[in-house]
Design a protein around this ligand. Structure first.
Ligand SMILES: [Fe+2]
Ligand SMILES: [Fe+2]
Length: 173
């Protein structure tokens, strides 16, 4: 992910989450991840207003991406708020509440991975239009969002699921 996504100016203005998804006060989504979603959301918000085939392709991305981001901000990203404390060996009493989210994530994982395939397919169509229109910023955006999905599949979703498994182990002790 490019460093400009994490610019200090952006970090200072990001809301708790991007989509208006309902989140738990105990588990605020880590700021760096909010900033990344926000940056992607802002660029896509510009792209959907572009005229012609480029804008139409961007709207195709938005259609599959928005509900996906929303669900992610409800169940996949908040559990990551516990990571630093669990890694320090702490066992906060509210950790039990994370299981509601991690159990749901486990159940919905196949659907979320399927949605990633749809997002990546829509992005590939958008990227072709961006190349044809000579809009390098949108080509970069398509590559960044594709990488974002890979990061979630390879690191963030497994980390959130591990939080749930670890909390269950701790509660058994
Ligand atoms: Fe995401
Ligand atoms: Fe995702």
């Amino acid at each position: 992910m490019k460093m400009r996504l994490l610019a200090p100016a952006l970090l200072s203005i990001v809301p708790l989450q991007v989509t208006g998804a309902e989140t738990s006060a105990h588990f605020p989504i880590p700021e760096a991840l909010v900033a990344e979603h926000k940056a992607l959301h802002v660029t896509l918000g510009r792209a959907v207003k572009e005229p012609g085939a480029l804008g139409a392709a961007a709207r195709g991305v938005e259609q599959v991406l928005h509900p996906h981001f929303q669900r992610e901000e409800e169940i996949a990203l908040p559990p990551l708020a516990l990571l630093p404390r669990l890694a320090r060996g702490e066992t906060p009493p509210e950790m039990r509440e994370v299981l509601r989210m991690t159990d749901q994530l486990e159940a919905e994982l196949p659907k979320m991975l399927e949605e990633h395939k749809k997002v990546v397919a829509a992005l590939s169509a958008f990227r072709r239009e961006a190349v044809a229109a000579g809009r390098e910023e949108y080509v970069e955006f398509a590559d960044e969002l594709t990488l974002h999905a890979r990061n979630e599949e390879q690191v963030l979703y497994p980390a959130a699921l591990l939080v749930g498994r670890f909390v269950k182990l701790q509660l058994k002790q």
